[in-house]
Design a protein around this ligand. Sequence first.
Ligand SMILES: CC(C)(COP(=O)(O)OP(=O)(O)OC[C@H]1O[C@@H](n2cnc3c(N)ncnc32)[C@H](O)[C@@H]1OP(=O)(O)O)[C@@H](O)C(=O)NCCC(=O)NCCS
Length: 179
Amino acid sequence: MTIRSYQNIRPRIGNNAYVDETALVVGDVTIGDDTSLWPMSVARGDVHEIIIGARTNIQDGSVLHVTSDNQFTPGGFSLHIGDDVTVGHGVILHACTIEDLVLVGMGSTVLDGAVIHSRVMIGAGSLVSPGKELESGYLYLGSPAKKIRPLKDKELAYLDFSARHYVELKNRHLKAQDS
Ligand SMILES: CC(C)(COP(=O)(O)OP(=O)(O)OC[C@H]1O[C@@H](n2cnc3c(N)ncnc32)[C@H](O)[C@@H]1OP(=O)(O)O)[C@@H](O)C(=O)NCCC(=O)NCCS
């Protein structure tokens, strides 16, 4: 795995976290306990911080980045991802906030300053535009992402299942590394 310091800030990796050996984690990045970063994912905390909670999975090829403090974006934007979040394959999360138990569908993009409240599902291939706030308990889809309908009980249960499933899966990968 490639975990690199940048300007003397070294990524902090939680207990039993799994960072695939092809993933790249740079600079001011905090990764919570039991969280997993899958092949070819990137978390680049160079111009602001990235904080990822516990039991979250960042699937293959996803890119996490932040926005600098400059004349166009005073103060910049950090990236905060909560606990038990599923980030599907090939997702871009840029300088936004993702609360707990969210599923970001594969191939989606979430732009600066957007806030995804807890228990939201974003359909595959969606684009959440800058500064948008997605209401808890709903399915959002499309480009730009629009509120579609409340999540069904089965889908709400799936958010939790998905996070737990990925914790089990990363445990199997950690074990396979040891053998
Ligand atoms: C959106 C989603 C949850 C399905 O929701 P659903 O309400 O069961 O949708 P349905 O499959 O019944 O489809 C309803 C309509 O939405 C469309 N649709 C489904 N998913 C869509 C998507 N991601 N974006 C745009 N339209 C979509 C369907 O084509 C269908 O259109 P139609 O009525 O014109 O035929 C699912 O398609 C999805 O995107 N899941 C995300 C999976 C994922 O990325 N997981 C990541 C971990 S691997």
